[in-house]
Design a protein around this ligand. Sequence first.
Ligand SMILES: Nc1ncnc2c1ncn2[C@@H]1O[C@H](COP(=O)(O)OP(=O)(O)OP(=O)(O)O)[C@@H](O)[C@H]1O
Ligand SMILES: [Mg+2]
Length: 196
Amino acid sequence: MHDIGSKPALRAELLANRAELSVDVRSAAGRSIRDALLGVPELEMAGTVAAYASIGSEPETHGLLFALWKRGTYVILPRLLPDGDLDWASYEGPDSLVPGPFGLLEPTERARGVDAIASADVVLVPALAVDRTGVRLGRGGGSYDRVLARVSPAVLTVALVYEGELLDALPVEPHDRRVRAAVTPDSGLHLLGDAN
Ligand SMILES: Nc1ncnc2c1ncn2[C@@H]1O[C@H](COP(=O)(O)OP(=O)(O)OP(=O)(O)O)[C@@H](O)[C@H]1O
Ligand SMILES: [Mg+2]
């Protein structure tokens, strides 16, 4: 078990590893994750999926967003609020995204409010790493801890990570919210937590 104080060092190490990945590796990871997720029954049945537009060294999600949208899923994406919380608006194709703060790509459609996340049937979240119990390490804004607190425990929540980012144990604080699953490029969906 890592010490809580080691979160910043872990983030730096994980981001340094990601910085080594080529654009091709990021794209290939995105395609593999897209294909794995499109075949998950909960995603196939979902009316609404909350997701995010990848930036920088994250596994590429734009192909996944497009595929979900094309098959008729209602996709909502986050818009960063000044206090670090996330608002939500619908994805209406690749042209419906514009640059936001911190290099983010955000939806242009009408914002639905922070509670719109509660209408999602599946929630896909970014992470720098996730552990076998579902603890996730994000960028350090606490945004997704707030988001996940509004999501029913019955909803499938999935962190999208590279292969080596599914770890045995991560530091966890009382405010940290777990995800129920992780998806990796090579081995697809992993259910996390005590029951798995
Ligand atoms: N529900 C909340 N309301 C307000 N602040 C919060 C909440 N949850 C966490 N925070 C704050 O966010 C900060 C960062 O939290 P943490 O280190 O867990 O980030 P993270 O999980 O890596 O980031 P993110 O969720 O954005 O991916 C902490 O200082 C924490 O107090
Ligand atoms: Mg957290």
